[in-house]
Design a protein around this ligand. Sequence first.
Ligand SMILES: Nc1ncnc2c1ncn2[C@@H]1O[C@H](COP(=O)(O)OP(=O)(O)OP(=O)(O)O)[C@@H](O)[C@H]1O
Length: 467
Amino acid sequence: MPDAARTPAPDAPPRADGRVVAVRGGIVDAAFPGEGPRIDDLLMAGEVPLQVMSFVDGGAARCIALAPVHGLGLGTPVRNTGGPVAVPVGEAVLGRMLDVFGTPLDGGPPPDAADHRSIHRAPPPLSDRVLRAKVLETGIKAIDLLAPIERGGKTGLFGGAGVGKTVLLSELIHNTVEHHHGVSLFCGIGERSREAEELWREMGEAGVRDRMVMLFGQMNESPGVRFLVGKSALTMAEWFRDDREQDVLLLIDNIFRYVQAGSEVSGLMGRMPSRVGYQPTLATELATLQERIASTRKGAITSIQAVYVPADDFTDPAAAHIFSHLSASVVLSRKRASEGLYPAVDPLASSSVMLTPNVVGQRHYDIARAVRRTLAEYEDLRDIIAMLGIEELSAHDRAVVARARRLERFLTQPFATVTAATGEGGKLVPLEATLAGCEAILGQTTFPRPESDYYMIGALPWTEEAA
Ligand SMILES: Nc1ncnc2c1ncn2[C@@H]1O[C@H](COP(=O)(O)OP(=O)(O)OP(=O)(O)O)[C@@H](O)[C@H]1O
């Protein structure tokens, strides 16, 4: 059924009222005397919005509550709005902080939007999609060198708890939103509300709020809200792409929380869990969202998604499924974070489909490979060093270690978003300076400068002697 037909007309005749017949946690069953609602319809049980998820034996609609269910009881009247959850779309949402329904969280009036659209939409057909193979430069050395972000593609920032995903995402927003021609959309799913408020303030201070929309369904919200807020954000992004033919930068913190909300919903619905306790529908649920994040002839949606990795286990089914949708993966490592090597990008585990000679050029490709090789050799030597000491290494291996340790430090970088904590200003490094710096270190055979000189700097401030 086309989406337009599913969007409720404001003057649609009210459908027959139903009644609540069961309430279990966030799940509500509603029975209707005559023609009942359809899947995805939005119902109102008193003040509590419900979305129809399935039908139980006997015909009652099984719904997920999109607000706390306090006050609901058996017999509470249920009204069918006649359409699915719909959000305001258009210029009116720019500069606003909204929730899953497009209701303001910023204290302002509701967005004055001419149009509302269903949040359940099909992805664009394959024939409309385009591949651009262009890189989005971020000014972050480790990312631009080893896992270049694709314009119009999807990038994941993977990491366990507290390794710096949110900090890295904020820095990427800081570095890219200002230069991005088009609009930016930030979608917060299941994270802390405090971080949301900080980001809102920072965006105001940076003066980019009027080109940005922020949507939040944070950790204090019901699983239904966290499950749907990503779709609300995409519906708004699609309007800018399709109706305005603009490029959109879509930032999601944290896509794992979407999977987790789906798993909570599934559990509440009484579905049997699958691998590692996840919902049996994990792959389809993730695909419904990820497939919509697509670039078409009209405009590109570039998305950067933070991905929480439970217990640092990268084989976790949620992490593995998310990974399969991405064109670039920036993996953050706990070991690097513990050594203070921020951003804690793991140079060997991070990757991007952009890192080929055809896209980034032969020189960049060769330097990235040489950096990886040097760091991999150092990894292999670490055990020997731990057991026998560095003195036992050959002169060649000792030079590899010296180069690798300087490269590791050169790939750290002070961030503008953690200035207050570190006492330093942020440093944006052009790709050319990153390449030149790595090339210089790779070419070194003597090492007159101590490793610490390379730590938390921007571009190399001196000319390296390649003697
Ligand atoms: N680039 C950085 N420079 C300096 N410190 C950093 C950097 N990245 C992270 N940190 C430190 O690590 C802490 C945790 O970072 P952050 O909140 O981004 O982690 P996270 O992976 O998003 O965690 P969570 O999963 O709990 O949301 C920060 O408060 C900061 O102290």
